[in-house]
Design a protein around this ligand. Structure first.
Ligand code: HEC
Length: 148
């Protein structure tokens, strides 16, 4: 091997080393996401308390319509798509957290520990804002109560 080739090899190794290091660094940072019990986490956003009374069938139906129109590009109730399936979501998350995720996903995936873990699990594909009102999000939540 002549000197020039050797020089290139050293340079390649050096670049590889830097890249590896960067990757390692960011992985380390992601593993530092603090653990928060999802069943006590209310999330970040406009919703601080939700009362779940008797199931309201009219709201369920409107919620399903909204879900089919605005969410099924990325979600399916029973199978993983671009985002997670919603079957049983209220056994894993608080109602407040679910509504904040619907209304405020951009801030949630940046700051909320539960959402940050999800983002990592879903290959850093961000859930996008769907421009729903709180009332519409509440209807989708009502629908989610029926998809256990
Ligand atoms: C552009 C694709 C996309 C759209 C549209 C979308 N989501 Fe998501 N959603 C995701 C992804 C991806 C995640 C996982 C977190 C992340 O990576 O941002 C997620 C996570 C969620 C979660 C958390 C699920 C869990 O198991 O904790 C809920 C709830 C949710 N989405 C509801 C909705 C609802 C309701 C709509 C429609 C109003 C919607 N999403 C529209 C991509 C999307």
């Amino acid at each position: 091997m002549n000197f020039k080739k050797f020089h290139h090899l050293v340079l390649l190794c050096f670049i590889g080393f830097i890249f590896n290091n960067c990757n390692g660094g960011s992985k380390q940072a992601e593993d530092d996401i603090p653990y928060v019990d999802p069943m006590t986490n209310l999330g970040i956003g406009p919703v601080t308390s939700v009362e779940l009374g008797e199931l309201d069938q009219a709201m369920v139906e409107e919620g399903k319509k909204l879900y089919d129109a605005k969410c099924t590009a990325c979600h399916n109730i029973n199978t993983k798509l671009i985002g997670p399936p919603q079957a049983g979501v209220l056994k894993r998350r608080t109602p407040e957290w679910v509504m904040n995720m619907i209304l405020n996903p951009t801030e949630m995936i940046k700051k909320d520990p539960t959402a940050r873990r999800l983002l990592r699990e879903f290959n850093n594909v961000p859930m996008t804002e769907q421009g729903l009102t709180e009332e519409e999000a509440r209807k989708i939540l009502e629908y989610f109560r029926t998809v256990d």
